[in-house]
Design a protein around this ligand. Structure first.
Ligand SMILES: NC(=O)C1=CN([C@@H]2O[C@H](COP(=O)(O)OP(=O)(O)OC[C@H]3O[C@@H](n4cnc5c(N)ncnc54)[C@H](OP(=O)(O)O)[C@@H]3O)[C@@H](O)[C@H]2O)C=CC1
Ligand SMILES: O=C(CO)COP(=O)(O)O
Length: 298
């Protein structure tokens, strides 16, 4: 393993933006499944030898990718994905725990559209880890336009980051149906309550939901066409088939699969998650008007 070296794995929108940011203060390598003409692009083996790895691969792909490619040699990992595995309902920290010791891993959360980070626009992120050492070691890599905070509430950050994607789909539907700003603000506020309730069940801290990881990322994503998940909602409001919406998007919208995970977890654990459940149903063919009626029922 090469000491004091850093690499990003996954050169999608977020991986490239993080690489741009992390390459400011020191050399940062990048690798991806598909080779690209990017500064410091290397093969997977070279990247895997770095002491610090930032992994930006969609949540649904993580388990298979880790099984196929990952060998733990003492690397420190920062997970940049936001989602819950659909077919198991497992959180990313549970999946990673089979491959990396807890003291070597952290999770990024907070409002951060890749398109803005790659322009060097300022933002604030949270590095969530059970080890403050992980925060300290990774935070020095971040450039001066990114403020980093520390939190030990890994599960809270994970749930907030994954849940807000489902709520962004709901907010996109709201916008697409022209339901107005009152409706959208109500949806976002109730969504925040809902994700907090869901998180509490799994041991998350309330404070994570009112800070950057929860409200911060939710307000960003649920209010902007820059969000892929929000755009999925806009498409659903126009009655476009999901496969067409996803084909046009051409990038990952984690909320689609995460809604499956939240739906099954909330049934399994009897957690009241009305908005996420309606998103799940609309993604499975329920009409948006029916869904709206059901959400408004007293
Ligand atoms: N975009 C954003 O603003 C932000 C995104 N995120 C999160 O980061 C994660 C990645 O998102 P983003 O980069 O935007 O998504 P993109 O769709 O832009 O890119 C995903 C990347 O993952 C790689 N990938 C996909 N499937 C596999 C696989 N089976 N094995 C290996 N690599 C794979 C692809 O590599 P290749 O192209 O080389 O095949 C692709 O470049 C998501 O969880 C997202 O929620 C978090 C914060 C901000
Ligand atoms: O997580 C994000 C910003 O913080 C990106 O959201 P989308 O995946 O909906 O574009």
């Amino acid at each position: 393993m090469n000491k004091n070296t850093i690499a990003v794995i996954g050169a999608g929108k977020w991986g490239q933006a993080l690489h741009f940011a992390l390459n400011k203060k020191q050399k940062c390598l990048i690798t991806s499944r598909t080779k690209r003409e990017i500064e410091n692009f290397v093969d997977l083996e070279t990247a895997m030898n770095c002491e610090y790895l930032v992994i930006a691969i969609p949540a649904q792909e993580i388990r298979a990718w880790l099984k196929q490619n990952f060998k733990f040699k003492g690397q420190k990992i920062l997970v940049a994905s936001k989602g819950i595995e659909a077919n198991t309902g497992e959180f990313l920290n549970e999946i990673y725990s089979e491959f990396v010791p807890e003291k070597n891993i952290g999770f990024i959360s907070g409002p951060s559209f890749a398109a803005e980070v790659i322009k060097g626009l300022p933002c604030a992120l949270v590095i969530n880890s059970n080890s403050k050492k992980i925060y300290k070691e990774f935070s020095v890599f971040f450039p001066n336009f990114i403020k980093t905070y520390y939190s030990a509430d890994v599960i809270g950050a994970e749930i907030a980051g994954a849940y807000k994607n489902v709520l962004a789909i709901a907010s996109g539907i709201c916008e697409g149906l022209n339901l107005g700003k009152n409706a959208q603000a109500s949806l976002i506020a109730r969504g925040l309550v809902e994700m907090q309730r869901f998180g509490k069940h799994f041991g998350a801290k309330k404070s994570s939901f009112i800070g950057l990881s929860g409200a911060g990322d939710l307000f960003l994503t649920a209010n902007s066409t820059m969000s892929r998940n929000f755009r999925v909602g806009l498409g659903l409001a126009q009655n476009k088939p999901l496969d067409v919406i996803l084909e046009e998007l051409g990038e990952v919208a984690e909320g689609v699969k995460t809604s499956v995970a939240i739906h099954s977890l909330s049934e399994q654990h009897s957690i009241y998650t009305p908005i996420a459940n309606e998103v799940y149903k609309v993604l499975n063919g329920k009409s948006t008007q029916e869904s709206l009626k059901d959400l408004l029922k007293n």
